[in-house]
Design a binder for this molecule. Sequence first.
Ligand code: DGT
Ligand code: CA
Ligand code: CA
Ligand code: ZN
Length: 607
Amino acid sequence: MTNADFVAALETMARYMELLGADTFRIIAHTKVARAIEGMSDDLVAVARSEGAHKKLVAIPGIGPKIADKLIELATTGKVAELDELAAQVPAGLIPLLQLQGVGPKSVHLWWKQAGVTDLASLKTAIDSGALAQLPRHSQKTIDKLKVAVEMLAQGESRMRLGEARDLADRVIALLRKGKQVQQIEAAGSMRRARDTVGDIDILVATTDAAKTVKAFTTLPMVASVLAAGETRASVRMAKTGGSRWEQAEAVDDEHTPTPTGPTVQVDLRVVPAEHFGSALLYFTGSKDHNIHLRQRALDMGLTVNDYGVYTNDKNDDTPPHKRGAKPLASKTEPEIYKVLKLPFIPPEIREDRGEFEQTETPRLIEVDDIKAELHAHTKASDGGLTILELAQAAKDRGFHTIAVTDHSQSQFQARGLKPDRLREHIKAIREAQEQIKGITLLCGSEVDILADGSLDYDDDLLAELDVVVASPHNNLTQNAAEATERLIKAAAHPLVHIIGHPTGRLVLRRKGLEPDMNAVIAAAKAHGTALEINAHWMRLDLRDTHVRAAVDAGCTIAINCDVHAEGDFDNLRFGVGTGRRGWLTPDQCVNAWTAKKLHAWLKKKR
Ligand code: DGT
Ligand code: CA
Ligand code: CA
Ligand code: ZN
């Protein structure tokens, strides 16, 4: 048990109380303590188990005698009776409804008490029957938004965001690698293709001892249940990771907090002999459409391709070739297989049967190592966690030649957006910081809000003082398509704007965001030399892959930015780059991959 268990228990209690319509004061008492514990580095569990625990706990600001009792009960017995009592009074199906975009516990309470809603299915019924429309504060507009949120939640239950899935897969792979019998191991499926969401996680392993590897897999600590376990394959469900810093930050905006319930994700393991690893990896990476096209191509050449390799067809024997003891023409590595099929190596991210078979050579897609500049980063001046110098040092440590400091503009008051006078001071502070660090260029910038009508959140005079301007939509993300198109075109055409940040404002499996005529936005960006951003955070991945492809085809420049708020955010680059690769992005079209000279010249052209 850790402090995090305390936080989870207090938050869960608060959620239940909210759903039951309890006294606001009591609810806030619990969430406040949860927030306070989150920020503590001392081991409170040890304190709660020590002698004189009650006295020590109430000495901590915010912790009252009643909550102290609950923490001691949890630390010493592993549960809290009150929590169980609360849980017994609330239908379990209401808890997931708290994850609906823009929905708070007060609404859920109302649906439950006045419209008999107890889970997602009965909520859908209540929407369709018009029962919800009878409730106070439930206009048609509110209900239309709710319908979209319900759709997103239903999707979210069946799929998982790439960043969260990748984190889980990486931990699984690291644990399995410890087994000496493991020769090769890799995530396949949609995860390897870097799709923004994955349905399930597919892991492929070559090993000298299949039984041992399957056993190691099914007994991993994160396994919640074993669905199937055979000699060379197993399927399990694992706890999804959640409650990230992002979700907590989001929760404040959305007036709801995430629930520490336990959703799970399916993880499939397949064990293959090392000599067939390449063909198995190719098969299980997919996509299904790519595989079908590949198989047809093989047939046309008188060959068969399957997860064992590529084989010459035998006209007189239609038993699968690996079963009749045939020797494959290739099977060990993917490039060998593509070669036999007279194709250049096709990178996993573009295996979608969207033109990759027409390539005559492997396209040189963008790679993480190509990225040499971060052009969208926040510091303590707005909602970031780093000082200017810490940010600059972190970027330098990654081998970057340029880092742009782009804190929020004045409309983002909840993110401590900068009023013009504070921005002017901040510019000075950035110039001063530059004096103190060598080997990296610091740019003064802003992530300026694109307001609903497409105007910007600072005057042109002030924007002109900045080295780089990232213009992003944050509010009014439900406006209609025509308004959204006009808004983004206006920003892209603004002579002082370099980059449109997270152009649609969508959040993966959470919020649809703007739905502009993307081709029109791309055309405007191209015409005015404005780059469109791929925001690399796995919660955003905005532009999405299909938009990137359209932008790349139109000759538009792309930025891949980590939207840094904390040092670890630089690690999200792999997801932004993955999305770029899915859009066939090459380094010459990505501003972050340009040399300092070329990048700085482009920025100056707009000054
Ligand atoms: P997901 O899990 O929904 O995000 O998508 P994938 O692509 O990971 O799909 P999944 O997990 O069902 O299967 C992994 C790969 O295995 C898939 O990309 C291609 C291959 N595969 C699975 N089923 C079939 C099939 O029926 N035919 C062919 N050709 N390939 C398949
Ligand atoms: Ca999969
Ligand atoms: Ca699968
Ligand atoms: Zn932003």
